[in-house]
Design a protein around this ligand. Structure first.
Ligand code: UP5
Ligand code: MG
Length: 200
């Protein structure tokens, strides 16, 4: 597909910051299509015949990052499928890409081979709050990485590997940073205010 056909907003933030939750709000109110890199990887992990199942499983459990070729292919295929349906709610079609890019080389590779991002929504949340959200979700989520060992590893990867991505986009003036503490509604109000200020 042509880069002109799409507007991409990356949604970044630590594990449990609320990327998926707030993306759902934005889909409802702004006509975005939501693509969660983690959800796409989890679906690929269990897809019969996938050659990446074991690779994805191990990386998710260890909180490390799946090789970017796998993730970028899943994302661009998902975008192409939505465009091929021919029913985007807006022109250009708006995509929220949640939980990607998590490493500098992924950001560069995506923007060189798929399209440039317009904005980055960064959900800024302290670890203690993310930890309690994830432990609570872990009681029912069935996610392999919602346990204390994996959560600690995810936090480390986020700080060491993913925060540099946020900083690089910040230097380019693309980041909307929102405090992700408080209730879901409070966070969403802050997001809407910031988007309005940016003319989205
Ligand atoms: N919740 C949300 N907001 C709340 C609020 N304001 N107040 C109270 N509770 C709130 O929310 C987490 C939980 O908190 C939920 O129970 C929610 O109800 C509650 P959610 O919206 O799910 O947060 P999110 O930021 O989406 O958390 P998630 O756990 O999905 O973040 P991760 O970044 O850890 O997970 P992701 O699925 O993106 O990635 C998983 C793994 O996949 C990675 O660790 C990595 O191994 C792999 N991966 C890659 O390798 N490459 C990629 O590009 C992407 C992923
Ligand atoms: Mg998520």
């Amino acid at each position: 597909f042509s880069p002109d056909a799409v507007t991409v907003v990356f949604v970044l933030g630590g594990p449990g910051a609320g990327k998926g939750t707030q993306s759902s709000n934005l889909v409802r109110d702004y006509g975005f299509n939501h693509l969660s890199a983690g959800d796409l990887l989890r679906a690929e992990q269990v897809r019969p015949g996938s050659e990446y199942g074991e690779l994805i499983r191990t990386n998710i459990r260890e909180g490390t990052i799946v090789p970017m070729e796998v993730t970028v292919a899943l994302l661009s295929n998902a975008m192409a499928a939505i465009l091929a349906e021919g029913t985007p709610k807006t022109t250009p079609a708006r995509f929220l890409i949640d939980g990607f890019p998590r490493q500098l080389d992924q950001a560069h590779f995506f923007e060189e081979t798929v399209c440039l991002s317009k904005l980055v929504l960064f959900l800024n949340c302290p670890e203690d709050i993310m930890l309690s959200r994830l432990l609570k979700r872990g009681e029912t989520s069935g996610r392999d990485d919602d346990n204390i060992e994996s959560i600690r590893k995810r936090f480390r990867t986020f700080e060491q590997t993913s925060m540099p991505v946020v900083r690089e986009f910040e230097e380019k003036g693309k980041v909307i940073s929102v405090q992700a503490t408080g209730s879901v509604d409070e966070v969403y109000e802050r997001i809407k205010e910031e988007l309005q200020a940016k003319g989205v």
